[in-house]
Design a protein around this ligand. Sequence first.
Ligand code: ATP
Ligand code: SKM
Ligand code: MG
Length: 186
Amino acid sequence: MRNFGLSIREKSIVCIGFMGVGKTTVGKLLAQKLYRSFVDIDAEIEKEFAMPIPQIFEVYGEQAFRAKEKELIVKYSQQPLNIISVGGGAFLQKEIQDICMANCIVLFLDISWESWKDRVHILIDNRPLLKERSLEEIETLFLERQTIYSLNHSKFQVDNFKAEEAADYLADALKLSWEIHAPQPQ
Ligand SMILES: Nc1ncnc2c1ncn2[C@@H]1O[C@H](COP(=O)(O)OP(=O)(O)OP(=O)(O)O)[C@@H](O)[C@H]1O
Ligand SMILES: O=C(O)C1=C[C@@H](O)[C@@H](O)[C@H](O)C1
Ligand SMILES: [Mg+2]
């Protein structure tokens, strides 16, 4: 699908960031506030394989997971008016970076390591890449991934925001930027 000519208000918004930062939680709330469709790529992948992510990794391997991740992001990023939450590793793939940067507004949800590490216990069961690692190794992965996420159009620091507050702030900021970008009446 070609989407040349989408205005900034029509472009889909892609939420990127480390596992557990809140892409799914905040992305879903943001979609409600902006009356957009919400797409969670991890959930779409689970639907396609008809099994949860840890099982996909076990049965088909990470490579098959990454291939499906790319296929789905290519599809949804070219549609207008979606809020798309991608998995924490999606932006490691150059083709995904390129297509999202070209077609969408890429929003990096950032969090400090200090805040993130308090969440590890609620995340570990469903994230195969966390299960294999010690806390020190997860911190290394967290820091390495920061470079990947630094490719974005906009960044929001979630540390001191509840999910609902973050979504409210982002919805207001986006609406304001759309007003500013809109052609002014003569
Ligand atoms: N702003 C927040 N404050 C506190 N907890 C939060 C916040 N946002 C999300 N959470 C909690 O953190 C956990 C992970 O959130 P979520 O699943 O949205 O992360 P994610 O970025 O989508 O992760 P993944 O990359 O693995 O898909 C959930 O239990 C969620 O309730
Ligand atoms: O950071 C990652 O590489 C991942 C994050 C999750 O959202 C899932 O996409 C999967 O567990 C891999
Ligand atoms: Mg998620």
